[in-house]
Design a protein around this ligand. Sequence first.
Ligand code: PRT
Ligand code: ZN
Length: 283
Amino acid sequence: MLRIAIQTKGRLNEQSIELLREIGIQVDEAKRKFLSKAANFPIEVLYLRDDDIPQVVANGTAQLGIVGLNEVAERGFAVDIAKKLGFGGCRISLAIPKNEQYTGPAYFNGKRIATSYPGVLRKWLEEQGVQAEIEVITGSVEIAPAAGIADCIFDIVSSGGTLVSNGLVEVEKVFFSEAVLIASPSLSAEERAVLEEILFRIESASVSRSQKYLMMNLPAAALDEALTILPALRSPTVIPLATPDWISLHSVVKADELWDKVRQLKAIGAEGILVLNVDKIIP
Ligand code: PRT
Ligand code: ZN
């Protein structure tokens, strides 16, 4: 039985559960406790604070985990990054009071910087050859300059709204993060096989999220042109209609090309175009 550690509550909790659901791992949320077994997959879900997830995966208490890359980098435990998951995107940035003149990394010489990410910050300061004082605080880092605890901050930014409302300006984007699936470096062959199955399912789910299923009626004479517009997985499905000289055409298109394709298909006479979400694409 494999164990996957996810965040109990917070920004990554819902999307972690949603991802598990999407790949067919059902966790009964009503019965959520410290540890809960999936109904239909050989896996147990361990709920933890995100700070603790890299450690339990590194020491093998859980074989897998879903956590922000920022936590993995900060904690420094030996874990494998099995997959970037495309949600929880953010960056860790240096920000200074908005009335200050920023002159480049040397600005931070002799400054006191408040952060919950001393490890990532220390590494950057060393790379830049900057001598600064790090004030480690957990939570509400953005109020540190106004409170006189520090001169500037190194904190997570996503929309940037929190910085603006605290009179701060982002001056260095140091570390880019998103949620990742992490794995213990010492998985057994059996555990590795379950991980491979999970990776395969995540890949299928992400491919299907980026695709749309299109159905339309089309004059049969326009088929050749339609085929140049719609390169499907192999080839579009063509079904004769009761109306003579008309066909029904089914195809899969990339979601970001949908409107362009629809416009081109309408131009060659397509009617009654239906667009459906794709649940899974199994290559
Ligand atoms: O309780 P637990 O320890 O598990 O949770 P936590 O409070 O430590 O973390 P949580 O739930 O806030 O965030 C979990 C993870 O989400 C982080 O480790 C990041 O990988 C990711 N993430 C993505 C973010 C943000 N976006 C984010 N905007 N984490 C925090 N923030 C905070 C940031 O600290 C700042 O206070 O949001 C504020 C800035 O947001 P903007 O949009 O105003 O720039
Ligand atoms: Zn945390």
